[in-house]
Ligand binder design. Structure first.
Ligand code: ARG
Length: 575
């Protein structure tokens, strides 16, 4: 491990244990980047209170035990420890990171099994922008976890079951299978649903047929099941178009829709009832997890079987969580779903704990996705007020990207390739560069900007380093180093590059890809300063200095490329 923050944490902990006893060996030294030194450790402030000693004295004591330390430690103010690392140490660590295939990213031992529930559009309606965000964030989490060596099981919890499917199948029969399939494959699920709904509300005989169809569907009638499959296959083929455009890793093998849990629902409810976890209330079967009350202070029910005997969203989620821990052997289950479902998931997780279906050793985590807003601050819609078809939205991003690079002299094919990478990169990076739970304004102009913390800027930053190598006639893979430190800009860049592994690990553990995005943005800006101040390929540069700077360029490039690919953002060769 070469990350300075980790190294420093260990060293200061050893000093703490030496000075104040082994019970301090695991205290958090509170090491943070500092404006006065490379890092500062703030632990003496809190420790002073605990030890009833002046913090400054505590700080002196720690500093005196950091003798064989690769840098200098100064006590400042009321008891801050200012830590400055030796440039030689930074250079040695950077050279080592450069040699390391994984550029400092650890592998988790033993690997965990991480089930990630993401995307999950509803077949009866359109795949909307909210699903775009859970798809993008979930996919980044899947890539991050896999890179750390975890076993990732993707679960696309499609909304593919329920009473609306009776009327959808009847509507499909009315308009004919072929035209239904064509419509659904084109992404007109919402129109399809609305047309069915209008008939359902206005046409008594259609309503009766639809209800009967629900019964035959639930009974597993072969012809009805065939029709359901026709409907679902066409719908999924549209979802797959969106995934392919985005370069999302979901495949048909990852589909684990609501329908999959159907055969388990009776047993789910019976078992919960037999355990006494679920009880009858007003004719429904409910779990009342402790600590959940409504506005009237009455315990809040999680309804797992309705009074008419029907099953709903909560029933499926109870079956799903049991399946994920029992059958998939999940250590962690991530639910990348809209923030508006927070209460539902808290109750499902609490009920699962009660039932013993979520053992102490496993975690269930709701990765809350904030709402996507339009420029007007309201829920994202088109000007005419309908929700937006995703493929249209993505096409528009590509067109705009194409217009932005129009004057760069690329042939049509290359231009299209770059525009695709830039358009999709812009949309994805916009979702990944802010915390997943914050509300987010969908704004093409901002996300497609070539300056600031945007996808195009990040893609450009790596393409620029590639062009430095291309123009200088160097191969980034043939560069050998070692890295030395002369100028301050070299030092800052090298020091920052040492933190890549830790940031990847943190982004993964905390389900916060935006931490990685922020780190990469900082990398790009430190690189810019370095490249302005330190000539690399210019004539007259000392060969050792050049070798070192080329290695810094190559390491930066690998960090940017790896980081962006972990976010699922393409890294075009040129831009
Ligand atoms: N289909 C749901 C929606 O569109 C999301 C499903 C999330 N996953 C789950 N296990 N409930 O809101």
């Amino acid at each position: 491990m070469t990350d300075p923050q980790t190294v420093l944490t260990e060293r200061v902990q050893q000093a703490l244990a030496g000075a104040f006893g082994p019970e301090y060996a695991n205290a958090d030294p509170l090491i943070r980047p500092s404006q006065f030194a490379d890092f500062q450790a703030n632990v003496a402030m809190s420790l002073g209170k605990r030890l009833r000693r002046p913090p400054r004295e505590v700080a002196e004591e720690i500093a005196s035990r950091l003798a064989d330390f690769p840098g200098t430690v100064e006590v400042s103010g009321p008891g801050f420890l200012n830590i400055t690392l030796d440039s030689d140490w930074i250079a040695a660590q950077a050279s080592q990171t450069f040699e390391d295939e994984r550029i400092g990213v650890p592998t988790v031992t033993p690997p965990q099994t991480v089930v990630i529930d993401y995307s999950a559009p509803n077949a009866a309606k359109e795949m909307h922008v909210g699903h775009l965000r859970t798809t993008i964030v979930g996919d980044a989490l899947a890539r991050l976890n896999e890179h750390l060596g975890n076993t990732v099981i993707r679960q696309n919890h499609l909304g593919d079951w329920g009473t609306p499917f009776g009327m959808l199948i009847e509507h499909l029969l009315d308009i004919g299978e072929d035209s239904a399939v064509a419509q659904l494959e084109a992404g007109m699920g919402t129109e399809f649903y609305q047309a069915a709904r209008v008939k359902f509300d206005g046409d008594e005989s259609f309503k009766i047929r639809s209800r009967q169809r629900v019964t035959t569907l639930q009974g597993g009638d072969p012809e009805t099941m065939r029709l359901w499959h026709v409907f679902m296959d066409a719908t999924i083929s549209y979802f797959n178009k969106v995934y392919a455009m985005l370069g999302v890793t979901l495949t048909d093998d990852d589909i684990a829709g609501e329908s999959m849990y159907n055969p388990m629902l009776d047993k789910t409810c019976d078992d919960l009832e037999a355990m006494g976890v679920a009880v009858h209330s007003d004719g429904a079967l409910c779990v009342f997890p402790p600590g959940f009350t409504g506005s009237d202070d009455k315990p809040l029910p999680l309804i797992i079987r309705k009074s008419d005997g029907g099953y709903g969203y909560a029933s499926t989620d109870m079956a799903a969580i049991r399946y994920r821990t029992d059958d998939l052997k999940a250590d962690r289950i991530l639910y990348v779903v809209g923030a508006d479902q927070a209460l539902h998931f808290r109750m499902v997780f609490a009920a699962a704990r009660l039932a013993g279906w979520l053992p102490e050793t496993s975690s269930a985590e709701h990765v809350q996705i904030g709402m996507m807003l339009g420029k007007d601050g309201k829920r994202f819609k088109t000007r005419s007020g309908e929700s937006v078809k995703l493929t249209d939205l993505l096409d528009e991003a590509i067109e705009r990207a194409s217009a932005a690079i129009d004057d760069r002299g690329y042939d049509e094919d290359t231009k299209h390739e770059i525009a695709h990478a830039v358009g999709m990169g812009a949309v994805k990076y916009a979702d990944l560069s802010i915390s997943h739970d914050s509300e987010y304004v969908f704004d093409f102009d901002r996300m497609l900007g070539f300056t600031g913390n945007t996808g195009p800027y990040m893609q450009y930053a790596q393409a620029r380093i590639r062009s430095i190598f291309r123009k200088g006639g160097y191969d980034p893979r043939a560069v050998r180093g070692p890295i030395r430190i002369g100028e301050p800009a070299e030092r800052s860049l090298a020091l920052h590059l040492l933190g890549f592994g830790t940031v990847v690990e943190q982004a993964t553990m905390l389900n916060e890809p935006h931490r990685l995005a922020a780190y990469l943005f900082e990398t790009a800006s430190l690189f810019s300063t370095f490249f302005e101040e330190c000539p690399v390929v210019k004539e007259g540069v000392d060969p050792d200095v050049r070798a070192s700077r080329l290695a810094l360029c190559a390491l930066t490039l690998r960090v940017l490329e790896t980081g962006l690919s972990l976010l699922g953002v393409a890294t075009p060769e040129r831009m």
